[in-house]
Design a protein around this ligand. Structure first.
Ligand code: UD1
Length: 420
């Protein structure tokens, strides 16, 4: 087990380069199973979650070749034979369920362990299954596994999602790309990661219209070929570094970003008195004289991302005045708050709302990362706290951030990774 030790430091300053998006690369790796040849995926963030998805593909019989230095992944799925995603892998990462759509489309059946609960909520997969059923799949559940199978081909159909779920939209698109006829997904998610997946599938030969809108039309094709694709930059890693600049009172240029994807975060930081300037593929974040309290409510894209809620809560705990943070996407996403309180934050939780009375300074303490973004929030709090903060549970942070400690160190933070 490792931990981070972060010592009160100077304002962060300099440039940081953002890695490829975790939430894009996971469905894209899963989709590479659909090809009848090798795909080459660039800007791979070398993360634990990526390793788990690669292990899953290997367990299906795909050949995987990953170059960590060049961030390139080659996937050759021509020899896949297996259709079972075991508990040991699905349990490690909920996004493993994204394998269901491609395996069903390619092999006519998939047996996937149920993902189970996770730290931030129950996260069911009913919408994914509703989509597969609309395409004609039969679904049954036994011994903790969901079995999805077709008698013959999947057939295009209309699917209305009760909620614009990111994972369900991706899984249904991947199941529909080789179905007979047209599938129309209504109330689809419009996150940039959906568009990135569709760009990759289109390069493979898929016929998909409407990505980035709430109506996606997929017309089935007979086969998909391997393709080359470069993953979009991670907007949540970028947003986390934007808050790092703000909370440390610094001035940081964040490179390899799509500024449009960061609009909700940029808008809220500006409202709080932070200067954010945009170039073509970078943003510069400069802390102002003061930090003002603001209200935040999480929403599906282009609303404020739930994956940035914890980090903004850390920032608001140091703002002047009272802030309100409302979490509408996940039912249990305030686990960072009890840890922030250990650092002196004044926060009250009422249902899905957190009321934050800003204080001038947090103080370092021993705290524990309970999930990925909660862990990121604690690092940010520590950057703006007096004294020393010790963060355990950092394996959660490594799931979603490429060498976050090294990137922060290069900006002037005093952070070390200690192996216990
Ligand atoms: C993805 C992201 C995650 C992000 C989330 C919301 C990946 C790998 N992960 O997760 O980082 O926080 O989007 O932006 O891309 N729901 C159902 N039934 C379903 C599916 C979802 O009720 O079948 C609910 C969930 O419980 C949750 C909400 O819908 O309350 C949003 O979930 P969803 O958009 O599916 O998130 P994920 O795809 O799991």
């Amino acid at each position: 087990m490792s931990k981070f030790i972060i010592t009160e430091g100077t304002p962060l300053c300099g440039k940081v380069r953002i890695s490829g998006a975790k939430n894009s690369v996971l469905p894209i790796i899963a989709a590479s199973l659909l090809a009848d040849g090798q795909s080459v995926i660039e800007e791979i963030p070398y993360l634990n979650d990526v390793k788990i998805m690669c292990d899953l593909l290997k367990s299906f019989g795909a050949e995987i070749d990953i170059s960590c230095e060049q961030n390139i992944l080659k996937v050759n799925p021509v020899n896949i034979t297996n259709t079972i995603a075991p508990y040991e892998l699905v349990n490690k990462m909920r996004a493993s369920f994204l394998i269901a759509g491609p395996v069903l489309a390619k092999m006519g059946m998939a047996r996937i362990s149920l993902p189970g609960g996770c730290a931030i909520g129950s996260r069911p997969v009913d919408l994914h299954l509703k989509g597969f059923a609309a395409l004609g799949a039969e679904i049954s559940q036994e011994h903790g596994y969901i079995e999805i199978k077709t008698n013959g081909n999947l057939k295009g159909n209309k699917v209305y999602l009760d909620f614009p779920s990111v994972g369900a939209t991706e899984n249904i698109i991947m199941a529909a790309v080789m179905a007979k006829g047209q599938t129309v997904i209504e109330n689809a998610a419009i996150e940039p990661e959906i568009t990135d997946l569709v760009t990759y599938l289109t390069a493979m030969g898929a016929d998909i219209k409407g990505a980035g809108t709430d109506t996606i039309r997929v017309t089935g094709v007979d086969r998909l070929k391997g393709a080359s694709h470069t993953v979009i930059p991670d907007r949540i890693e970028a947003g986390t570094f934007m808050v790092a600049a703000a909370i440390s009172g610094g001035d940081v240029i964040i490179e390899n970003v799509v500024p449009d994807h960061l609009k909700p975060v940029s808008a809220k930081l500006r409202e709080a008195g932070i200067e954010v300037s945009e170039e073509l593929s970078s943003v510069r974040v400069t802390a102002g004289e003061s930090l003002k309290a603001i209200d935040i409510k999480t929403h599906p894209y282009p609303g404020f991302p739930t994956d940035m809620q914890a980090q903004m809560t850390s920032l608001m705990s140091r703002a002047e005045g009272t802030s309100m943070v409302i979490e509408t996407i996940f039912e249990n996403r305030f686990m960072h708050i009890s840890e922030l309180k250990r650092m002196g934050a004044n926060i009250k939780i009422e249902g899905r709302s957190a009321v934050i009375e800003g204080i001038t300074s947090l103080t370092g303490a021993q705290v524990k990362a309970t999930d990925l973004r909660a862990g990121a929030a604690l690092i940010l709090a520590a950057l703006g706290a007096k004294g020393i903060t010790e963060i355990t549970g950092i394996e959660h942070i490594d799931r979603g951030y490429v060498r976050i400690d090294e990137k922060l160190k290069a900006l002037g933070a005093t952070i070390s990774r200690v192996e216990e």
